[in-house]
Ligand binder design. Sequence first.
Ligand SMILES: *[C@@H]1O[C@H](CO)[C@@H](O)[C@H](O)[C@H]1NC(C)=O
Ligand SMILES: *[C@@H]1O[C@H](CO)[C@@H](O)[C@H](O)[C@H]1NC(C)=O
Length: 337
Amino acid sequence: MYVNLCAARITRLFVFHRCTRVLFFFFLCALAQISVRAADHHKWCYDRQNKTCGPAHWHEWYSSCGGKKQSPIEIHTSKVKRKAELKEFVFHGHNEEMKGVKVTNNGHTIKLSFEDEITMKGGGLSSTYRAVELHFHWGNSSHPGSEHTINGKRFNVEMHVVHYDIKYKNIKEAKAKADGLAVLAFFYNEGEENVGFNAIVNALNGVRHEGQENKMLSTFKLNQLLPPMENLKQFYRYDGSLTTPTCDEVVTWTVFELPSTLSKSQLAKFLTLNIGGISTTDPPKVMVNNYRPTQKRSSRPVYASPSATGASARPVVFLGSAGRTSVAFLILLLLFW
Ligand SMILES: *[C@@H]1O[C@H](CO)[C@@H](O)[C@H](O)[C@H]1NC(C)=O
Ligand SMILES: *[C@@H]1O[C@H](CO)[C@@H](O)[C@H](O)[C@H]1NC(C)=O
C-alpha cells in the first residue's frame, strides 16, 4: 500500500516536473520568439548618428551581421586571383528611359526603386539577374565614404545596384538563397560634373528628411550613371553579404575598379540629406558617413577580371613537374658554378 502511494507520488512529482519543464520550455520559446521579433525591428545606425546602435552592435540584433562572409571588404590587388571567366557584362534595358522610379530617404541612405524590366548577365555570372533598386554610401565634406576599399583607398561615394536571380520569384524569395542576389558596386570621386547624375541630384531636394518618398519626375537611363562600357571590363568578384542589417550572406559582389566623377556641388547635395526630423521624434541629423567598416575577408578568394589590376596581370607560365625539376637543377648548377 505504502509503496503504491509513494510510487503514485513520485509519478505525480515526475509528471509535475515534466510539466514545469514543458511549461518552462514553452515560456523560453515564447520569449525567444518575442526577442527575435524585436530584433527584426531593432533600430540600427552608423556610428556618426549614435555609437550605441552602430556597426559594431548590429550582430547583437541581427546574427548574420556577425557571420564569416560579410561585406564590404578591403580588396588588396596583390592578393586577387585572376579569372578568365570574368568576361564582359551584357546589360539589357540600361539605355532605355526608366519610368516610375521611386526615390526614398529611409534614414540610412537614398534609395531608387525600379519597376522597369532591367536585367544583366555575363560578367562570369551563371544566371540572369534583374535590377530592383540602387542606393548610395558616402562620407562627409572632409572624409570619403565608399564601403569597399582598394589597396586601402576609400573613394568619395559608392553606388550599389541590387539585382536578384530571375530563377526566383522576387527579391524576398531570392534573399533566402545563397546565390540569390548580385550587387554591382561603382565608385565616384570628386572631379568633373557628371551630367548623367543630375536627375538624381535634383530629386534629392524632395527627400531631404527621413521617411520622405517621391516619384522621380525627370526620367533617366541607368547607363547614364555607370562608367563607359570599356571601363566596365575591370572588376573584382567575391562572395559576401548585404552591407546593412539583416546582413544576409547571399550576395555575389562585383566591384568595378575605375571610379567615375561627381562635381563638388553634386557631392555637396548628398550632404544636405537628413536622418530623423519628420517621420520620427528624433531631432534631425545630417546623413553622413553612412558606410560600414570593412569586414574580415578570411579565406574568401577575391577574383580579378582579365583586365583588372592585380598581382598576376601577366599570364603565369605554368611549369609541369618536369619543368620544375629542370629549373631547380639549373638553380643548383648556378649556385655551385
Ligand atoms: C543613442 O541610442 C540610445 C539607445 O538606442 C539612446 O538611449 C540614446 O539617447 C541615443 N543617443 C543620442 C545622442 O541620440
Ligand atoms: C568627417 O568624418 C570624419 C570621419 O568620421 C571625422 O573624423 C571628421 O571630423 C568629419 N568631418 C566633419 C566636417 O564632420
